[in-house]
Each structure stands twice: as C-alpha cells, then as structure tokens.
Design a protein around this ligand. Structure first.
Ligand SMILES: Cc1ncc(COP(=O)(O)O)c(C=O)c1O
Length: 366
C-alpha cells in the first residue's frame, strides 16, 4: 500500500492540485544538502513546477539558477526576476524565436543547449541579432544512453569547434540520463553512464583547446548518484515526486508533495469508483512498467485504471466503495505533465489550507 500526505483540507473545488509545503521544503532541503556536501551545484529543472514561488524556494535552498525547456518558460522566469537560466534543450531558433532569444540573452545570464551544426548556425544567427550581438553560453548536449538527443562523446570536440568558429562561447557539456526511467533500479547505472559520457566528451573539448567550465548531468533517478566528474545536477521532479519515482525507488511515500484531489462522483459499477479527475487533470503518461494512471492512498492504494477526459475509473480491488461525494487524493504517474494542466496550486501546510500559488509558466511550449 502507498501512503500519501495527510490532508484534512475541505474548502476547495475538485479537481485541485494540492501542494504540501512541508513535504516540498523537506525535499528541496535534502537534495540541496546532499549535493552541497559533494560540492556539486544544483540547477533544478523548473518544467516540473512552472512556478515562481517554488523556484524562489529552490534558490533560497542554494540553487545556482534554473533549468528550463523552452524560451517561453525562460521568459516567464526572467519576468519574475530570475537572472541565471539554462535552456537545456537543442533549440532551433529562427524567426520570432531568434528575436525572443536575443532579447532574453540581453536581460539574463543565459545558457543554451546545442547538439547539431544546424542548430548552432541558427543560434549564432539569433544571437548576432538585428540589434547587435547578445551574450550567451552554449553547452554541447551528449547522449549518455537515453538515445533521445545529444552527440556521441567522441564527436563533441568537433561540434564545439564548429560552435567556436560561429562565434559561440562553449562553456561545457550536458546530458540527461533519461534511461534511468527504463525500469525500477535503473538510476545508478544511468548515473554512471552520465558521468562516463560527459567525462569522455569533456576530454574531447579540452583536447580541442576549450576550458570546460560546466559538466552538467541531471534527472531525479540519477541525481542521487552523481559521478565524480559532474559539476552540476539538474533534477526537476525531486521537488514534488510522483508515482513513477515511488516505483523506481527514487523517493519514499512521505516525500510525495503534490497530489490531485478529486471527488467520487459514481460508484454505480460494482468494484469501481469514478472520480472527477480524468486525463485533463492527471495527464496520461504511463511507462510500460506501471499499471494504471495514479494511486489512491485513501482507498488502500487502489489504482486509477482508465481515464476519460473528466472521469478517472478507480479499480477498488476489494476496498469498500467510498460514498459518492468523498474527496480522495491521487498520486499521478508523472507530476510534471499533471502540473501543466492546472492554473494554480492549492497549498497545504500541516494539513490546513494555506492559500494558492499561480502556475505562471504552464503552457509556454515554444
Ligand atoms: C534535459 C533535462 N534535464 C533535466 C531533466 C529533469 O529530470 P527529472 O524530471 O527526472 O527530474 C529533464 C527531464 O525531462 C530533462 O529533459
């Protein structure tokens, strides 16, 4: 059975995104302390929370800056006073995106991911800008085993040299060991792969005459096992955790900071309760090794087995049917995609309502 945060809040409309501040703060503090002890900088990925308030808490706990995935997310955080941003994504910035990027680079300290010559050429053009050159650093993206994006380490020196000849300032290398999500227990191996691939790439850069100032790794399953060459970690989900992280073994039940509160609207079908949180509240990400779309601790860990847009079908698995009108909390499979569906967090502290925070950067996909 999976436990969730104890919530006694009753005064909100469902579905609602509940954020337990005590648990979040403990999550932020423990990861920050662990990395500080190792002398590794923490640059949390803000795509998880998309919230200026959560980001402020992360900086208060010593984060060096923020990671984001899109220019739009970077613009939102820049508008809220965040001045050190890494767009850890192989942007292809042309047209209006090029103009936005140049404008952003003039306002904040900006790092941008690069993993192709074409992307580097577009980036150099964007930063040259119509209003004169805009300052930014680039990090070469390395494929450490996820096989999503990134250069093979052996090719990193060549791309870095191409960046230099385009006038780009290469500050180092980065990777996302996303294969730490392959199955429970994959985290330590993926972390070792991150370290080995980044070190091999960093040596290529050093050999080509570069001063490698950053070796940046990051995901929640791997950030607990940083290798000896890593200078910066970029976990995002660690702030909130979710059902995936529980099953992967990356967090404990008491570390789930965000849940979706939902009302039971039907128990007509025997063995089933229907809640008012469907795919438009829980999102529908589901890795092959996980059954269903969320766990319901209040119902003995029953699982949301099917989703319509506004209906979640909970298999009660022998648990007695709750009364229609009962409010339950659901631990979504993947909290980042669920957060992006809501306008605000409903805050909880010590089981009591504590206001709301807006999710300013929800959407902002480009
Ligand atoms: C490039 C990059 N860095 C960091 C992260 C953060 O990883 P996690 O969500 O496992 O915390 C992600 C997640 O997708 C990512 O794509």
């Amino acid at each position: 059975m999976i436990d969730g945060p104890a919530v006694t809040v009753a005064e909100f409309e469902t579905p609602a995104l509940l954020l337990d501040l005590d648990i979040m703060e403990a999550n932020l503090a423990s990861t920050a302390a662990r990395l500080r002890e190792r002398g590794i900088a923490l640059r949390p990925h803000a795509k998880t929370h998309k919230s200026a308030e959560v980001a402020r808490h992360q900086l208060d706990h010593g984060a060096a800056g923020l990671t984001v995935a899109t220019i739009g997310e970077a613009e939102v955080f820049a508008r809220h006073g965040f001045t050190d941003l890494f767009i850890a994504y192989p942007l292809f910035a042309t047209g209006t995106k090029a103009a936005r990027l140049a404008e952003l680079a003039r306002r904040v300290k900006l790092r941008i991911g690069v993993e192709s010559v074409a992307g580097a050429q577009a980036l150099a053009g964007a930063l040259a800008g119509a209003n004169g050159p805009a300052p930014a650093e680039v990090l070469i993206e390395i494929d450490s085993g996820q096989h999503r994006t990134g250069m093979q380490p052996a090719a990193a020196g060549e791309l870095a040299a191409a960046c230099r000849s385009l006038g780009l300032d290469v500050a180092g290398v980065f990777t996302h060991g996303g294969h730490g999500y392959a199955s429970p227990g994959s985290g330590p191996g993926a972390a070792a792969d991150e370290d080995a691939a980044l070190w091999s790439a960093a040596k290529q850069l050093t050999g080509a005459g570069f001063d490698v100032r950053e070796v940046s790794a990051g995901s929640t399953p791997t950030a607990a096992f940083p290798g000896s060459h890593i200078t910066e970690e970029r976990p995002g989900t660690y702030a909130f955790n979710d059902r995936q992280q529980l099953v992967l073994g990356s967090c404990q039940p008491g570390q789930i900071a965000v849940t979706v509160a939902a009302t039971v609207v039907s128990t007509t079908v025997s063995g089933q309760a229907v809640i008012d949180a469907g795919s438009k509240a829980l999102a529908s990400d589901r890795p092959a090794w996980l059954t269903g779309h969320g766990a319901v601790p209040d119902l003995g860990g029953a699982v949301v087995m099917a989703l319509s847009e506004h209906h979640g079908l909970v298999d009660l698995a022998g648990h007695s049917a709750p009364a229609v009108g009962t409010v339950v909390t659901v631990i979504p499979n993947h909290i980042c995609t669920a957060v992006n569906l809501f306008d605000r967090y409903t805050l909880v502290r010590s089981g009591q309502p504590a206001g709301t925070w807006p999710i300013e950067a929800r959407g902002h996909l480009s």
